[in-house]
Design a protein around this ligand. Structure first.
Ligand code: PA5
Length: 478
């Protein structure tokens, strides 16, 4: 039987909707909002960005555009590996950082039980799941307190195969595995890395690890829909074919030439014009705990892709917007005061869910206190929705630009759509800004400085430069 996510009617019922009324001058005023005339004035730039993305798709660092279509065999291989892991292991640990960690965390949170690891095994039906994306020694010790390496599969994920954080985690874990399992240690490691570059692929070949590849044209922050994200997702029982189908569906929508009909293009145009109006901060505020880590994923994508010192012509532009994560309703009680009354430097994007997967009724009680009793008989679903609409209203009347992306439901299809939507918005916006969306010289600089400090060969001159830097003054330390 044909899977439901391949049915056109069902797909249309799961289409994400972008409501950008409150980004316009009609709702937040001329000074803060974007007018139709401003959109028209830049129409050539937007059309050019659209064309450039079409020309580049599938080439260079835009290999990610094809991931929804070109992984049939890889998906089969991932599903077979995942089935085996689900049967044999008690825990599955991702060792990775940045683009090798944030996607798996976000997708897992969105699509699996929110207390997944705490569920009994019979309900979980898969191994416990951990993503270790830091080199805090206390965190490493804590992990080793809760997993038995003999019953754990470790997925080492690094495209470059040289990231200090991931490689040090690998060294620690592989050493423990060898002590515990001897020759069997290699069967507890899966390497996800570049096929032809870096140290991890060399190690994988030498040790005989099962390996999945990160395609050359797919950068870290665009890699969630390749084995980086698909393997962890499949291991926890997420339908990865549906995830890719959602991405393909969004891709179709984003190939529409007409600005108003192309959600990622219009969103990028609004982001671009907002930046021109001094909106240097982009807040993502999902009203769903399931989507809370989508904000972390988005923050990396937006920050690393658009935060660039120079444009294609080599001119200094210092482009980009600072991404900020918030959670509805939680951050209504911490950040919204600032969003409403602080500087006019932000755009807020709400993520809203039409139908939550559960409903919780607030029972009758407190009849003698009408100010509490008014809540009774409503559902938490109504409450969270009312709070989102209330915040949207409060921001709008204070002339604070905001938009809402509606997900009909949170499922693998809509998450595939959401991921792809943001990747496309980033690609369009990068072209509008005239910058290289896919490099990350700022990240590389930090990586190189770490290598130099820890004495890696080949980084002697960086070390010298660092040592020659101006010494700190005691008078500024108290
Ligand atoms: O987006 C990027 O390229 C980076 O943020 C990387 O994901 C991050 O630095 C980790 O790199 P690697 O996968 O090479 O270990």
């Amino acid at each position: 039987m044909k899977a439901k996510y391949l049915n056109g009617k069902w797909q249309r019922s799961m289409r994400l909707r972008l409501d950008y009324n409150n980004m316009t001058d009609e709702f937040v005023g001329k000074e803060q909002g974007v007018s139709k005339a401003e959109l028209r004035a830049e129409s050539a730039l937007f059309a050019d960005a659209f064309e450039k993305v079409q020309q580049k798709r599938g080439t260079g660092m835009m290999g990610w555009t094809e991931l929804p279509y070109n992984q049939k065999e890889i998906v089969e291989d991932i599903l077979a590996a995942a089935k085996d892991i689900r049967k044999k292991f008690d825990a599955f640990v991702v060792l990775g950082i940045g683009g090798s960690a944030l996607g798996p965390i976000a997708v897992m949170q969105a699509l699996r039980h929110m207390r997944y690891n705490e569920l009994p095994k019979a309900k979980r039906k898969g191994p416990k799941f951990y993503v270790e994306d830091n080199v805090d020694p206390e965190r490493m010790k804590a992990l080793l307190d809760v997993v038995d390496v003999k019953k754990t599969m470790f997925n080492v994920v690094t495209k470059s195969g040289s990231t200090s954080e991931t490689m040090s985690q690998y060294l620690i874990i592989y050493d423990l595995l060898k002590q515990a399992l001897g020759k069997d240690a290699a069967s507890h490691v899966i390497a996800t890395t570049s096929q032809n570059k870096g140290n991890l692929i060399k190690l994988a070949k030498q040790e005989g690890f099962k390996t999945f590849y990160i395609p050359d044209g797919v950068g870290g922050r665009f890699s969630e829909l390749c084995p980086v994200g698909l393997l962890p997702a499949a291991v926890t029982g997420i339908d990865i074919r549906q995830l890719l189908a959602g991405a393909a569906y969004m891709d179709k929508l984003c190939r529409e030439k007409q600005l108003r009909k192309n959600p990622a293009l219009v969103s990028a145009a609004l982001s671009y014009l907002s930046m021109k109006k001094g909106k240097n901060i982009s807040v993502m505020m999902p009203y769903a705990d399931s989507l809370r880590f989508m904000s972390d994923w988005y923050c990396q994508l937006w920050a690393e892709s658009l935060g660039k010192a120079v444009n294609f012509a080599g001119e200094e532009v210092f482009a980009g917007q600072t991404p900020v994560k918030a959670l509805g309703v939680t951050d209504q009680h911490s950040q919204v005061q600032h969003y409403r009354e602080g500087p006019f430097d932000k755009v807020v994007t709400f993520l809203a869910v039409d139908r939550y997967r559960d409903e919780v009724v607030i029972p009758q009680g407190c009849e003698e206190i009408p100010d509490v009793n008014f809540l009774c008989g409503h559902t938490m679903n109504e409450l969270i929705d009312a709070e989102r609409r209330a915040t949207e209203y409060a921001l709008t009347v204070s002339r604070r630009p905001n938009r809402t992306i509606y997900l009909p439901e949170v499922n693998a299809f809509t998450i595939g759509e959401l991921l792809y939507f943001y990747e496309m918005e980033t690609a369009f916006c990068g072209e509008m800004l005239g910058i290289d969306t896919y490099n990350q010289p700022g990240v590389e600089a930090g990586k190189n400085a770490t290598y130099a400090l820890l004495g890696r060969k080949g980084y002697e001159s960086t070390k010298e430069e660092m040592e020659a830097a101006k010494a700190k003054k005691e008078e500024f330390i108290c």
